[in-house]
Write a protein that binds this ligand. Structure first.
Ligand code: PSU
Ligand code: MN
Length: 306
């Protein structure tokens, strides 16, 4: 079998690919393991609407029944949101899930893989995985970073949560040659907060500039992704010190509960939400919509350049 036999691309996306129309990939781990049901159902549909409003076509990805799905139906979105027997699939899990007919949600790493296989170059998410705090002893470094190093898809996200060691995450991306840019900001965003205390090397002024940088990178044969840190809109941003306290508490709970490996990130996300009585969740939704909007604008510009 070749790649085509494993891919199941929605007809609308298949046609958009043929015609070179703008498309934005969206992940499903954020649905299955990053948000509670049924709130995630509303999010899953609304984030797709945000992409459409900018003139691009949304392509949520997942592995369902042993197929690589590019673009989900309403029923398939429901499956991912209910998340019954839905695993979390990173790069190393993909072949196992396909060969055994399992259903799983795609992380940033796997969504990049699926997007690349289909020929989609722009992807919007909430925040990426990265180097965890304490990684110098646990070696817990998200596979998302290696994917950014190797797979030619641009990720628009609100930086990363400070459940991670943001400084080390940025160092890692630098070592692997991944451009990290701020979208209309000099600061690398920290998910709920517009500033992480770390800067970016480049402040991208608009979607057209982002598209031109991507086109140039890939024209040159420079494989790999780019990370665009898009800060949460001011009105939804949360206080850094308050969030830091919550995150430290969640990290502490994870340690006491002996959480490790792929369970770590979902555990921390769920506890952060609980500890803030859902306030952080409202911000999480808004930053993800904002990323979808900017990603769609970039994808529109990129398809004009091609
Ligand atoms: N960070 C978030 N929300 C998320 C994730 C990360 O704020 O939903 C998800 C993404 O799918 C990301 C994955 O790719 O967690 C990273 O998991 P890990 O650290 O196990 O690689
Ligand atoms: Mn990990």
């Amino acid at each position: 079998m070749n790649l085509k036999d494993y891919l199941s691309i929605a007809p609308e996306i298949e046609e958009a690919l043929k015609e070179g129309k703008p498309i934005v990939a969206l992940e499903s781990t954020i649905l299955s393991h990053g948000m509670p049901f049924p709130e995630n159902v509303e999010f899953a549909h609304k984030v797709e609407k945000v992409v459409r409003a900018e003139g691009a076509i949304p392509a949520t990805t997942a592995i369902i029944g042993g197929k690589l799905k590019i673009g989900l139906t309403s029923e398939e979105l429901d499956i991912m949101c209910k998340a019954e027997n839905v695993g979390k699939v990173s790069r190393r899990d993909v072949a196992v899930y396909l060969a055994t007919g399992k259903t799983g949600a795609t992380t940033v790493a796997t969504t990049m893989m699926l997007a690349d296989m289909a020929g989609i170059r722009i992807f919007a998410t909430g925040g990426i995985g990265g180097v965890h705090r304490g990684a110098e002893t646990t070696m817990d470094i998200s596979a998302d970073l290696q994917e950014l190093a190797n797979t030619s898809v641009c990720v628009v996200g609100a930086g990363c949560k400070s459940i991670l060691d943001i400084g080390l995450t940025l160092e890692y991306l630098e070592t692997y040659g991944v451009p990290v840019c701020g979208y209309q900001t000099d600061d690398f965003p920290a998910f709920y907060c517009r500033k992480s205390g770390f800067g970016v090397d480049y402040n991208i002024k608009d979607a057209n500039e982002a598209a031109r940088i991507l086109k140039t990178k890939w024209d040159l044969g420079l494989k790999g992704g780019m990370l665009i840190g898009n800060p949460i809109p001011e009105e939804y941003s949360l206080d850094y010190d308050e969030m830091e306290k919550v995150i430290v508490k969640a990290l502490d709970m994870a340690k006491k509960d002996g959480i490790h490996g792929k369970a770590t990130t979902p555990y921390l996300l769920a506890h952060i939400k609980d500890l803030t009585n859902g306030v952080s969740f409202a911000s999480n939704l808004q930053l993800a919509y904002n990323n979808a909007k900017v990603a769609a604008q970039i994808s529109v510009e990129l398809s004009k350049l091609k």
